[in-house]
Write a protein that binds this ligand. Structure first.
Ligand code: SF4
Ligand code: SF4
Length: 438
């Protein structure tokens, strides 16, 4: 794609990067067929190619984003399905991230929307506040039906429609908190390795059982696990909302904490059980590339980051005692399959450990979770969830496995089939308890 940035514009490293990305796009439109919003809405401006044009215009003219541009960028799930499909290697992720930052900095959203976004950005990364908000949401849920919906034909969901969606996601009970930050779980028997396990924010409140299963499996196989004391939210939530300053501050904070831990006690890997977070931590090196003090340590942290399934595969687990014959529908989280290109590995691990693994039709399409998307764009998110659940039902599973808490909550909202994390099944198959739900 031909671009027309001026030399002055290209002196900005972010614009120079956008220019590089845009020039790779050859307008072929292959990406449209696998874009969930284009598949649902059929509007070119809700396709990757359409959004790339909008972003190009916005950046080249260096004008504040218009309401029309914001509408179509906001509808993008950042699922990155388009990046898997694109034959030219267009890095849509870095391009849309840049567009979101510009929107956040230069577009005046209506006050209720600004308030809602500010509350989400403040509460979600803080587990204690998030726990409290979930309790309050549960109490408020019976009154959700009284809230008005969006006006018919509205281009964006109303404030109350979004509050309704938020209340609907609150679980009816919360499990007890998991282990405290700073805990160290020694290896059972001879130590083969030492890893940090990302504690996560929403996940540690909604399903601490996931990291517990990872700790059980790892320690049982000779790996010491540390929950690094000074770790924070990885910044993924605010990064996807365009709040770059907040996201980068969190990235720097975590880089400092993990590099300190690696220097003091040694770390073979930083393990992540929430693939949405893993995708962002693996991108810290890129996010902080212009920061003289952090570029190198951030790149080191990114190189140490692994999805839990990548690390477990490297352990060469002993063969399981028997087969369970349990039919597991494997839901491939977008951040895992498109963001980290981990597709076959979790399925192979589950199969090797005795489960009958079924692929889900249209597995490239997002379930609609996408961070805060199911709150901010609830109608599109619900349509995608219903489509995902219907596809899952065709394989008649006993359980659904996924590697991302956001997907697990989203899918569980539309089915009575138990939804578990891949690591819970692997822990069970290698001597741990059968996954309980909460
Ligand atoms: S990230 Fe997903 S929703 Fe956004 S343009 Fe790409 S395929 Fe479409
Ligand atoms: S598939 Fe790639 S090159 Fe083709 S239009 Fe989409 S982003 Fe551009």
């Amino acid at each position: 794609m031909k671009t027309e940035f001026t030399l002055a514009q290209l002196a900005d490293p972010d614009i120079a990067e956008a220019d590089k990305i845009l020039r790779k796009c050859v307008h072929c439109g292959f990406c449209t067929a696998t874009c969930p919003t284009y598949v649902l809405l059929g509007d070119e401006l809700d396709s990757p190619r359409g959004r790339i044009y909008l972003i190009k215009e916005m950046l080249e003219k260096d004008k504040p984003p218009t309401a029309e541009v914001v509408k179509h960028i906001d509808r993008c799930l950042s699922c990155l399905s388009c990046m898997t499909t694109c034959p030219s290697g267009v890095n849509y992720m870095h391009l849309v991230d840049q567009a979101r930052v510009k929107i956040e900095n230069e577009y005046a959203r209506p006050l209720p929307e600004r308030l809602l976004r500010a509350v989400l950005a403040f509460v979600l990364p803080r587990p204690k506040l998030f726990r409290l908000s979930m309790i309050l949401a549960r109490l408020a849920r019976p009154f959700a039906a009284l809230l008005p919906g969006s006006a018919p034909g509205a281009a964006t969901p109303s404030f109350f429609r979004r509050i309704k969606a938020m209340l609907a996601l609150a679980p009816s009970a919360l499990p007890a908190p998991g282990p405290a930050a700073g805990s160290v779980f020694p290896a059972v028997g001879a130590r083969r390795g030492r890893v940090a396990l990302l504690q996560g924010c929403a996940q540690q409140v909604l399903a601490p059982r996931i990291n517990q299963a990872a700790i059980n499996l790892l320690t049982r196989h000779g790996i010491e696990v540390v929950l690094v004391a000074d770790e924070q939210c990885c910044g993924a939530l605010t990064h996807h909302m365009g709040d770059d300053a907040e996201a980068l501050a969190r990235a720097r904070h975590n880089v400092t904490a993990w590099v300190r831990e690696a220097g003091a006690n040694g770390l073979d890997a930083i393990l992540v059980t929430t693939s949405g977070c893993g995708t962002v931590i693996k991108d810290y090196g890129y996010m902080l590339r212009e920061d003289r003090d952090y570029a190198e340590p951030a790149a080191k942290v990114s190189a140490l980051a692994r999805d839990i399934t990548e690390y477990v595969a490297s352990l060469d687990l002993p063969a399981p005692q028997g087969r369970s014959d349990l039919v597991v529908a494997y839901h491939s989280a977008c951040s895992l399959q498109h963001g980290q290109k981990i597709t076959q590995l979790p399925k192979d691990l589950l199969s090797k450990n005795g489960f009958v693994v079924k692929d889900v039709p249209e597995s490239h399409l997002c379930c609609g979770s996408a961070g805060t998307y199911n709150i901010l764009q609830p109608d599109i998110a619900n349509r995608l969830r219903d489509r995902k659940v219907a596809n899952i039902a065709t394989v008649k599973p006993d359980m659904i496995a996924a590697g991302n808490i956001g997907c697990m909550v989203q899918i569980a909202g539309g089915t009575s089939v138990p939804v578990v994390h891949t690591i819970e099944l692997l822990d069970w198959a290698t001597g741990g308890p059968r996954p309980g739900l909460n």
